[in-house]
Design a protein around this ligand. Structure first.
Ligand code: ZN
Length: 306
């Protein structure tokens, strides 16, 4: 009797062990999977955040170099954009000219603004300054001088911080209003032209670019991109010769030439290149320099993928 009891006991214990083992084999992997799953998910979120950050940083450096226009000698990893020039009759006043050249300076004012203004004055050339918001006394004088000397004072955002401007339509509108009202207070000119930081074809905006464009339209603001990139803002300085060459070759095949340059404190070679660019373009005999006005045909990018 005792032997049978022991056997039953052993069998029961064996059963327990087998069931326990099976449970362990099933349950442990499930728990491990769940833990790993959670970890993977949080890593994915981290990767996504890093990718977004990388895209923003990349664009900011590209925007500074102005590398992504069609017709430019430079290339970039960015999606190709085509430049749209809205159909318009040639201006009566300028029919004798083959090329209408708009020199545009982004990111100022800076300690180079006065040098640029001096050169423009010496050469009797009017240009356009897409400025950001600065409140120091030198900058205030620079905005005023731009206006006083007949150039176009245009907007390039108050903060120039992509993460803030492109956070939402509201933050975009708020930034523009701040700059527009500030410039008006300082100069008496109500600015109506805008250049998107990164261009209208930028890919970092969290807000829908079409909505931002609609906002500009509602507000009576016209935006301008560019179709000639001087390439002047690569980190480190581009040589004066390269800037001149980019600007001159960039004119080919275009009537409206919207030339992108930068008015930043470290862009000395742009300042050095400017008199040569003006001289060479004047030397063609078929071009006229113009500031942006209501008459100007907007040069606008659009994404090729649309
Ligand atoms: Zn800029």
């Amino acid at each position: 009797m005792g032997g049978t009891y022991d056997r039953k006991k052993r069998v029961r214990r064996l059963k327990k062990i087998i069931i326990g083992t099976i449970i362990a084999l099933v349950v442990i992997p499930v728990i491990v999977s769940i833990i790993l799953g959670i970890r993977v998910h949080s890593l994915q979120i981290e990767v996504k955040a890093l990718q977004e950050e990388l895209a923003r940083v990349k664009l900011e450096s590209e925007e500074e170099t102005g590398v992504y226009t069609t017709g430019s000698v430079e290339t970039s990893s960015r999606e190709e954009v085509e430049t749209v020039i809205l159909e318009q009759e040639p201006k009566e006043n300028y029919v004798q000219y083959e090329k209408l050249v708009y020199l545009t300076f982004d990111d100022g004012p800076s300690r180079n603004t006065n040098r640029i203004l001096d050169i423009l004055k010496e050469n009797d050339v009017k240009a356009t300054f897409f400025v950001v918001g600065k409140t120091d006394e030198e900058s205030i004088k620079a905005y005023q001088r731009i206006v006083a000397e007949g150039h176009t004072l245009a907007m390039h955002s108050y903060s120039h911080k992509y993460s803030e401007i492109y956070e939402s339509k509201e933050s975009f509108a708020q930034d523009i209003k701040q700059l527009q009202e500030y410039l008006y207070r300082i100069t008496g000119v109500w600015p109506r032209y805008y250049r998107f930081p990164g261009g209208s074809s930028n890919t970092v905006s969290r807000a829908d670019m079409q909505e931002l464009i609609a906002y500009l339209n509602e507000s009576g603001i016209t935006y301008f991109d560019w179709n000639v990139a001087s390439g002047d803002a690569v980190s480190g300085q581009l040589s004066k010769e390269t800037i001149v060459n980019n600007c001159i070759t960039g004119l080919e095949g275009k009537r409206e030439c919207m030339v992108l340059m930068h008015d930043a404190s470290e862009k000395n070679s742009t300042v050095e290149a400017l008199p040569v660019i003006i001289e060479e373009i004047k030397g063609r005999g078929d071009a006229v320099f113009l500031p942006i006005t209501d008459e100007t045909v907007p040069v606008q990018h659009k994404m090729a993928k649309q």
